[in-house]
Write a protein that binds this ligand. Structure first.
Ligand SMILES: [Zn+2]
Length: 89
């Protein structure tokens, strides 16, 4: 799937696909979930990042699929959850 993206209005940059690590806070336990390898598109010119809708939905599903409540700080691999093998933490 090749999709050309343009950045926000007025920016000459073109977002490129990269993988990033993001952390999420679970409320109200304050446990932290660190998700590695999230595919996003980042504009090198202005640093703006864009998350595709599909990715956002997968991320949401990932967060909801985790045993609750999270404990302390948990690391997961984004891609691992959507392959045949179950994720190993
Ligand atoms: Zn830009």
């Amino acid at each position: 799937m090749v999709k050309l993206l343009s950045c926000t209005h007025g920016c000459p940059g073109q977002p490129q696909p990269v993988r990033v690590t993001r952390s999420f806070r679970h409320q109200p336990s304050h446990a932290e979930l660190v998700v590695h390898g999230i595919p996003v598109n980042v504009c090198a010119a202005c640093g703006q990042s864009f998350v595709e809708e599909e990715t956002a939905l997968q991320l949401q599903a990932l967060l909801q699929s985790l045993p609750s409540p999270w404990q302390g700080k948990t690391h997961v691999e984004f891609g691992a959850c959507f392959e045949d093998k179950p994720a190993r933490l």
